[in-house]
Design a protein around this ligand. Sequence first.
Ligand code: NAI
Length: 473
Amino acid sequence: MVMGDVSTKTDVLVIGAGPGGYVAAIRAAQKGLDVTLVERTAVGGTCLNHGCIPSKALITGANVAEDARTAKNIGVSADIDVDLDTMVDWKDGIVDQLTGGVETLCEQNGIHLMEGLAIFADETTARLIHEGEGEGSESIDFDHAIVATGSRPIEIPGFSFGDTHVRDSKQMLALDSVPDELVVIGAGYIGMELSTAFAKLGADVTVVEMLDHVLPGYGQDVSRIVQQRAESLGIEFHFDCTAQGYEPDEDGVVVQTETDSEGAAELPATEVLVAVGREPVTDTVELEAAGVETDVDGFIVTDEQCRTSVDNIFAIGDVAGEPMLAHQAMYEGRVAAEVVAGEPAGCDARAIPAVVFTDPEIATVGMTEEEATNAGFETVTGRMPLRSSGRALTLDDTDGFVRIVADADHETILGAQLVAPEASELVAELGLAVELGATLTDVAGTIHAHPTLSEAVQEAVENALGCAIHTTN
Ligand code: NAI
């Protein structure tokens, strides 16, 4: 491999073309900068290729199957046949369409999209290593760099993603048939989304979680509804339980677990999904060569402008720490590009929504009541149960609630927690309310179309004001 046989110069080198990197590249190009975007594998990153988009496609397929299977009470019966291979083909078509779209956008914005591994040589130079066919390397001089290398699933002792039957979320989304018996390790975002989806597709699902409830980080009143729904789908939970390892058997594997109260147990599985969190990808870029610092967990340390410990190098998205959410990465991508372009940008969003695509969906934005109290607010809350929503009844989907948290003194909306069908869409209104500093009266006085789920937001706000019409105040 010859180092530096070709040398190019760019204003902005963006490393990684996931939702953080490609957004940063496009925004920087819009600002008139010369941009080089380097991607090692697939444009679109985890989100488009192996994460958000494919998992939501699979969840749609699972919901269609489950709705068809359970619609007898509304007069519809069907014999269900799930062909996962076809569903995965459909999902791959969506991924191709979106990743192709990103490539076109890069082209239209004049971005130099390059395939390879970008590695820092120092704070203004990187080597671009071309892997595989036509391998070799070249040198790129840059004024600014934006690191957007994302995250990868964490492995646990005894379970390697290279092992047959042991899967990470990416491999799980590419299976060609529904496993008979699926053991899921971890009841977080990924564990709950995929265990729910695979149970609906017909798998016999068991979840192993080291804590005593699902979805740590969410209030128990939120997570309980999702857990109960999961149990009604036949998902079995083992809490305070850790997976120790596994032994192969004739149909797959037997997972060995250890529970405080019950001791050792064995769970048969045709497939095992390990979803115990994600870690930053920094070992591919040689940050040390540029002097970029990381924290104790390995995330790149950044300020509100997404600037690292090196003035001309920025980091965005999962590699720069929690929350590891695609929309956060996109937001930081815009900010970093604008700062590089000399604009007075900074990460100052009041509200970052978070959504879990379980059944029902969970969506949160801004502060919980506890967080608002800890921040010194005198709070008032309002709640609307979905069972009182006409639209939820007509959707035959009434589990959940909308809760609003506001500042009692000024009525300013501080946050919201939703457990509801389409919570992922409903949360947008409340994100806007928090961002604009809207009051309870602002939202209560906004006419919401009838019959829609969004009326539950208005009702929850009216409940906080003590004047809800369709629920007891
Ligand atoms: P997570 O942090 O959400 O959940 C991991 C779970 O595994 C926790 O409940 C933890 O207690 C448990 N656990 C850890 N070690 C264990 C062990 N040895 N045995 C049993 N349980 C164990 O991590 P997850 O689900 O892998 O997701 C990673 C990240 O990906 C999330 O933080 C999120 O930012 C992002 N994500 C976002 C989604 C969305 O926005 N809808 C969907 C999926 C992922």
